[in-house]
Design a protein around this ligand. Structure first.
Ligand code: ADP
Length: 767
């Protein structure tokens, strides 16, 4: 028993009657067993019990886990442990260091310590920490701060994970001398021990000097032991959370006051205690290696997280959910937006293409429209010119005071001006070629027309002839054949010099056609008029002839009367001459009167001769209906004036050809139609009909007049029978004679109302 123990017991005994000392437990890390821990720290407990009255300090040797649990359960008041373990208790349970041990080794005091990584000096392959990769390493224990964790930090700093990158990692526990021995024996390539161990073993003769070397040798001023790592503060004495500050302060003061030669200092392998050092290097080590309180950095369970940061986790999770939802929504919106933008881009592209296409179409339409407008303007101008020309053409054609030749000349000029030509020429087409019959302008071009006749072929349309390219002739010609009764009779042509000639427009061609038509119609009309004049003259002549025949018999008594008188005067005169005493004066007078009678008869005969110039009727086949038509053409003006209609509806279908003198027959038809018109009242109708029967052609003319008005129809045919004031009464008589001269007969009958006159003549053999 030490002196201090003795004093302690004594003190307790002295104090016993008054108060019981309070027990204060100091949890001490028993890393080499409870006995060793008790041996090391019991003196310190006694020292404190001695120095601080009213408390009995008791050492409770505990391993790492037990010590941690005891602190958590509040079963100890103070803790004595290695720096690493202390840092963990500080972090987890609020332990607070109050003093730091001053360690003694090699005769020197150190408040910090480190670790040495040893290898055999003869291992040339092991010079740096890097060389340990793939080698075997022996250390104290995984939780040993100086015996492993310090070296672990250095290895990690050069990129070596001792648990993965080494060939073998063995934890040999205490004593650390075994590790040194294992390295010496070559059992392992290297070993980790707390700083100072090697020096102690050399001093003790357990290790020959220079047989071992220190890897990653660190030189720190004032620190002599071999060192491979950084330095860390020595073991602390710490109070736990529930220990009062006052007691902690008393303990700290007592320990700080511990003399270096105190038994407690010696057994604790130090020289007493000093103020608490900075343990942040230890924190840094643990943080780097993610062990102790920083283990969560490397390995954090959901339970830990939830316990520590439950609310934050929940809030964070909720926030994450919200963010995720928002992100998803934004993503979805973005995708829709992107889709919409893509669609929009597509639509825009389509729209641009469509706009481009429409624009091109519009341009095309615009160009076409401008072309159309231009064409329309030209067409309007051309229409206007053509309308003016047509107007002038009309005015020329209806001008009452112009002769045919004047009209033709003006028409040619009109065309020449309209077509802007030098010459207007009208050629008659003859068997031998073209014969100029009318012109206007420069006649020198007439020859140019001659060449175009062969080129006309059988065309009845417009002719437009451009000069052949490179040819000597530079004339441009437009023309149109003039048709008369469907035959090409003339060529109307306009000739000019070649300029910027446009092809003939439809209206120009129409104008050309109208001009040619007008000329053709004029020529046809002229021909028809000529023909009609000839026909009228013929008709009148025949009329006179046929009338003469009847007049000869009709006027017989008139001729007879002067001749009878002449004969009587002559016979009277003869009788007087035969008397004895002829009355010569009476004879003279009688002969004079006889002469007068003869002369009168001669006059009558002479008058008749004058009336007649032709003789025997012709006998030729002709179309009876054509004769009817010609008669109607002559009579219709008269019928119109009398307001009498001429109806040919009863004419036999197809033509009826008869044999005879068409002029005489027309004379008969004319007599019958004229009488019928004269007999008809205003508004009445005259019907002309025909039929074929037994080799004869029958033609009748009926009217709606008052009828024959006689008992004996034959009287009507007597010469000089007339009921009309100005009538001669010869028409029917002559007509009957003509018909009978043709071997036919003419009769009249009452028709109720009106009268009907019928004649029959022989059909031609062709019928
Ligand atoms: P004119 O016509 O000069 O009198 P015509 O010989 O032609 O001589 O006719 C003789 C007469 O016959 C006419 O005056 C008329 O009394 C009568 N006559 C002729 N045709 C008809 C008729 N269609 N209807 C009634 N009487 C007619």
């Amino acid at each position: 028993m030490t002196l201090r123990k003795f004093w302690s017991i004594l003190l307790m005994c002295a104090l016993a009657p008054t108060a019981l000392a309070e027990t204060v437990y100091i949890g001490a890390l028993a890393y080499r067993g409870a006995d060793e821990a008790l041996a090391r720290w019991s003196e310190t407990a006694e020292y404190l019990s001695w120095r601080i009255p009213g408390y009995e300090f008791v050492i409770r040797p505990l391993d790492l886990t037990s010590l941690r649990d005891a602190v958590a359960a509040g079963e100890v008041h103070f803790v004595l442990t290695n720096p690493g373990h202390y840092v963990m208790l500080e972090a987890e349970h609020g332990a607070t260091r109050i003093v730091t041990l001053q360690a003694l080794y090699g005769g020197k005091v150190y408040t910090r310590f480190g670790a040495a990584i040893l290898a055999r000096a003869d291992r040339d392959d092991l010079k740096t920490l890097q060389d340990l990769r793939g080698k075997s390493l022996m250390a104290v224990a995984e939780q040993a701060f100086g015996g492993f964790q310090m070296a672990w930090r250095e290895l990690a700093a050069v990129g070596i994970d001792p648990f993965k990158d080494l060939r073998g990692l063995r934890f040999a526990g205490f004593p650390q001398d075994d590790i040194v021995q294992a390295v010496l024996d070559g059992e392992v390539d290297a070993g980790v021990v707390r700083s100072g161990i090697l020096e102690r073993m050399v001093a003790e003769g357990k290790v020959p000097p220079n047989r071992l070397k220190v890897l990653n040798h660190q030189h720190v001023a004032g620190f002599e032991p071999a060192l491979s790592t950084r330095l860390y503060p020595e073991w602390p004495m710490a109070k736990v959370r529930h220990t009062s500050e006052r007691l902690a302060k008393q303990v700290a003061q007592a320990l700080l006051a511990m003399p270096a030669d105190d038994e407690a200092a010696i057994t604790s392998r130090g020289t007493g205690w000093t103020i608490p050092l900075d343990y942040s290097p230890v924190h840094e080590l643990m943080r780097e290696l993610r062990i102790g309180p920083y283990e969560y950095l490397g390995q954090v369970s959901w339970r830990d997280v939830l316990r520590e940061y439950g609310v934050i986790v929940v809030l964070t999770f909720a926030l994450v959910l919200v963010l995720a939802a928002a992100t998803a929504w934004i993503g979805h919106t973005n995708r829709r937006l992107a889709h919409s933008q893509a669609q929009l881009a597509r639509h825009r592209d389509t729209l641009e293409q469509e706009v481009g296409r429409r624009t091109r179409e519009l341009r095309r339409v615009n160009v076409a429209l401008e072309r159309d407008i231009g064409a329309r303007r030209r067409a309007e101008a051309s229409l206007h010119r053509s309308a003016m020309a047509l107007q002038r053409l009309y005015e020329i054609s209806v001008a009452p005071d112009l002769s045919h030749e004047q009209k033709l000349t003006r028409l040619l000029r009109l065309g020449r001006e309209h077509f802007d030509m030098e010459s207007a020429l009208l050629h008659r087409i003859t068997d031998t070629g073209l014969q100029l019959c009318a012109s206007d302008g420069d006649l020198g071009q007439a020859k140019a027309v001659a060449g175009c006749l062969p080129r006309m072929g059988s065309d009845v349309g417009p002719i437009e002839i451009h000069p052949p390219p490179g040819g000597r002739c530079a004339h441009y010609l437009v023309g149109f054949p003039v048709l008369v009764d469907g035959e090409r009779r003339c060529l109307l042509a306009f000739v000019g010099h070649l300029r910027e000639r446009q092809p003939l427009e439809a209206l120009d061609r129409e104008l050309l056609r109208l001009m040619a038509q007008w000329i053709g119609a004029e020529m046809a009309r002229q021909n028809a008029e000529d023909e009609r004049d000839r026909h009228r003259a013929h008709l009148a002549k025949v009329g006179r002839l046929t009338t003469l025949g009847e007049m000869a018999s009709g006027l017989a008594h008139e001729i007879n009367q002067p001749l009878t008188a002449a004969a009587n005067f002559t016979s009277g005169s003869l009788r007087r001459l035969q008397e004895d005493q002829p009355d010569l004066d009476g004879v003279r007078t009688g002969m004079g009167k006889a002469l007068q009678g003869v002369q009168r008869a001669t006059d009558i005969i002479r008058h008749l001769r004058d009336f007649v110039t032709t003789g025997v009727p012709e006998r030729e086949p002709f179309d009876l209906h054509a004769s009817v038509q010609r008669v109607l053409d002559l009579v219709s003006p008269e019928a119109r004036r009398a307001d009498v209609a001429l109806d040919t509806g009863e004419l036999a279908r197809g033509g009826i050809r008869v044999v005879g003198d068409s002029i005489q027959i027309e004379q008969v038809i004319m007599n019958l139609v004229r009488n019928a018109v004269e007999a008809s009242p205003a508004g009445g109708t005259v019907c002309i009909g025909s039929a074929r029967e037994a080799g004869l052609a029958r033609l009748w003319v009926s009217d709606s007049g008052g009828g024959l008005g006689v008992d004996d129809e034959e009287r009507l045919f007597d010469p000089f029978y007339s009921t009309k004031a100005d009538g001669m009464g010869l028409g029917l008589a002559i007509s009957r004679n003509i018909i009978e001269a043709h071997g036919g007969r003419l009769t009249a009958r009452q028709n109720n109302p009106g009268a009907c006159f019928v004649f029959e003549i022989a059909l031609s053999e062709e019928s």
